[in-house]
Design a protein around this ligand. Sequence first.
Ligand SMILES: *Cc1c(COP(=O)(O)O)cnc(C)c1O
Length: 367
Amino acid sequence: MSCDLNLLANKGIRSLHPYQPGKPISELERELGISNIVKLASNENPLGCSHLAIEAMQREMNDIARYPDANGYYLKEAISHKLAIEMEQITLGNGSNDVLNLIARTFAGPGSEVMFSQHAFVVYPIAAKAVEADSVVVPAKNYAHDLEAMGDAITDKTRLIFIANPNNPTGTCENTESLRAFMQRVPENVIVVMDEAYYEYVDDADYPQTINWLNEFNNMIITRTFSKAYGLAGARIGYSISHKDIAGLLNRIREPFNVNSFAMAGATAALKDVDFLQQAVDLNRRGMDYLTAQLDEMGFVYIPSKGNFLTVEVGNNAASIYEKLLHQGVIVRPVANYEMPGHLRVSIGLMEENQRFISALKKVTGR
Ligand SMILES: *Cc1c(COP(=O)(O)O)cnc(C)c1O
């Protein structure tokens, strides 16, 4: 008799649903036999990345027989210089996703509670389940974090709280006053992760500069990434900034070579290219203005977004609109798995890609 292999797995793993990525262009090409596809599904940088990063990664090829620098010295040095923090406060990850998992493994486990908001980034429940912690999902308020309700929901089992600011897929952003008030409420034995994957895109005087709070709140961890505004999603590189003791803990369970040589070289070079970053941010602003104006004109409601994406309410036939957009060669992202079955998320692309999306949406919805 053969045994059910699923039953051999840890309980947390059995209850997991794998992360659903955006549909790759090559897959849609294969399935529908169409070309000239526009992918606006994974919040990638439509400009690519800095040429300095590409050149640095190409140079790295010569040394590929060597293991990467396990301590990531040069990248940490560049980050610490740029952000005016100590190198010892930085933990590098194979994408910031890697760091989020390291944090969950370090601070949560069976019997503990991991808190996050309804509609928050799906990696949080995956990280919590993988360590068999209980997820506490606090209902959102206007699609944003309800920080008061989250504060109220803290128990003596709460070990970890994830806050995405801005949040994906809603694009909502918490302001300085309310986030600070929240941090002041959180007991110091509860770790709070500020996931700032879209940090570079936010141009809002009210956006919390949490990095300035690190001295005050030892229990706070900030995560950032090179996947979005820096355009290095395929290289897999992100990091956290925290108290150095937390970085020391994360470092204990980190794989010795969790970040590859290309990623570190590319990220180090990318940090120097201020012009590229500005271009990416400017393009995003123009694209956001264009999309919101067009959607207003078509009478669509969307959630105002501070990121490089916009989540639009298209109604209860969102799944079929998604499919029809695919047939027009436009890949967006369904967000039913975020309890938003009537919405679709679209990443801001190049101007011509944004226009393709709008004309496809007009065509399939008749608006
Ligand atoms: C894209 C994203 C990340 C970054 O993921 P990487 O692993 O760094 O590519 C983290 N958090 C949120 C909310 C995101 O949307």
